[in-house]
Design a protein around this ligand. Sequence first.
Ligand code: ZN
Length: 233
Amino acid sequence: MHTHALVLFSGGQDSATALAWALDRYTRVETIGFDYGQRHRVELDCRTQFLDKLRASFPQWAERLGDDHLLDLGLLGQVSDTALTAERAIDFNASGLPNTFVPGRNLIFFTFAAAVAYRRGLSVLVGGMCETDYSGYPDCRDDTLKSLQVTLGLGLDQRVVIETPLMWLDKAQTWQLAHRLGGDALVALITEETHTCYLGDRHTRHAWGYGCGTCPACELRARGHARYAASNG
Ligand code: ZN
């Protein structure tokens, strides 16, 4: 019944893994990304590169992988003043949230994704959100997204399923999932072509990919990869 999916694909490690999960599971998969004035456009560039190379390296998935939709959500810049959209240092506010936090961002993304999915005849929305992540974004939590699934289904008057395959995985387990889905080739593709670093560094290559190596996002990715490599080697 629910065989057609739309994946929220940012160009990062988590959403890339979620995309592979969806391609393994659904007969038709489309992708959606959001341009909201990210300080560095490298993530958006990584999206295109990753999709091109995924198609080339995994012909069985290329057959299922349909259109990519990129929506301009530049107006988000008007409601956020954070390290994602302005030149400010990465630090943490009193609630423990990094100032890269765009309030309620995923609620907005999923709502736009649901509208596109409705038009495209896709009943499943897939995202790489994860509650075990250090950052504690409240709009990434399982309860938030389950509640949103119900709301979107009511508002569109048709069943909407939100799937978040990484919700309870840590970063090492996310690498393991990628390996289970696409072997060393997928792990290599995610390492090389996805982007995590808050500072937009695509020059310094580590075992886990490109990044400054010191921002919170790089540290998380590096730690997860080290534990994955230790358990696989
Ligand atoms: Zn970094």
